[in-house]
Design a protein around this ligand. Sequence first.
Ligand SMILES: [Zn+2]
Length: 468
Amino acid sequence: MYEFRSEPLVYLPLIDTRFTTMTQNNSEAEQNETVAMEIAHGLIDFIDASPSPWHAVASAEALLQANGHTRLSEGERWELKEGGRYYVVRGGASLIAFVMGSKPIVESGFRIVGTHSDSPGFRVKPNAALAGEGLARLAVEVYGGPILATFTDRDLSLAGRVVLRTATGQEARLINFERPLLRLPNLAIHMNRDVNEQGLKLNKQTELPMILAQLNEGDDAEAHLRKLLSDAAHADGTGADVADLLSWELAVYDVQKASLWGANEEFIASRQLDNLASGYAALTALIAAEQPAATCVTALFDHEEVGSESAAGAGSSFITDVLARISGHAKLDEEDRQRAMAHSFFISADMAHAYNPNFPNAYEPGHKVKVNGGPVIKTNANQRYTTNAETAARFISFCEKAGVPYQQYAHRTDIGCGSTIGPIVASQLGVASVDVGSPMWAMHSARESAGVHDHAYMIAALLAAFDS
Ligand SMILES: [Zn+2]
């Protein structure tokens, strides 16, 4: 279980420590370096504890509760106080946290940062156990768009939630095996002679089942799997009856912990940097926002990697419902609610593509984004990103106020551009919006990379937005 590792983050104005620490022994720069490292370790702990979107929300809850946020239930009446800190969970893997501002919402509106809790990978099918050739294999579905080849020959495991029958009804429990449990072995190069020229191609139906166990004569693979899951769900010692295991949603993940790497430990390698790095930054900024004038909101949405169309995703009513309830408690009539929205600002925070000099032709030459170069403002004329001239300028003002660098990104015109929750949420709320993100390499790999300093920069910029 995730435990918040330190006191609420002490915010220092951050400057570009990469250069200042090398050229002058500036104590402010040294402090910033310390803060950046501290934040990087906080991020590492957060991701290590969050191998599935359900765990990410549990980690977010732990972080919020340790910092004075109260959980609200969508099924209960809410009591909201000025300056109060709250959060609400929908569907187990989407969370919206907020801080009630000191100024009337009708005057200051909402400051909203939206991110996502899910990451691409694999999900275990309902009838998953495959038996044959003395092996039990696990049938999986591809979730979103992972780089399949990067999951081969890794120490894979399972985490997610199972639902159990109980004496009084049903109960969802989180499970996480933490140890290497599954494997997707490569084919030897002797049987796949062109692999280095052609790349590794995997058929999603026939070549992704993962090896789970060696079976003895007469072993029932399905029973084997159900026992494993049932035992994991009863790790607290409560009685385990396999028949009470009703259903599951389980993500496959790589058990290797996140690490700092590079000659000066200036980079982070981890699974799920997309998009838990943004989620962690948005949560940290919200926690650090002390008595903000505007009502500040941080959202982590499930199902971004599969299009956001679900009951709890960014395409759902979740964000509009929460904002409507807050407005209702502020006694806003319909006209004042619309006035509040007109004064609001939405930042969609998702990771950005950093330039990789080994692949120069993949990038727009005028928009080479640097790791540790600061938050990236993403622009796309076809509205795959929500940024416009006014909202970009507004985000630049936040970076300037926070004393952090910023960068601009546009995708190559001859390659299709990705998208994120930005346009989906912005078109529902109708508020001024910008798409931003921290730079990273190898997006959707089992092991992604990013910069240590970018996370401190992003938190500082988002905090400036909450304070605006
Ligand atoms: Zn993403």
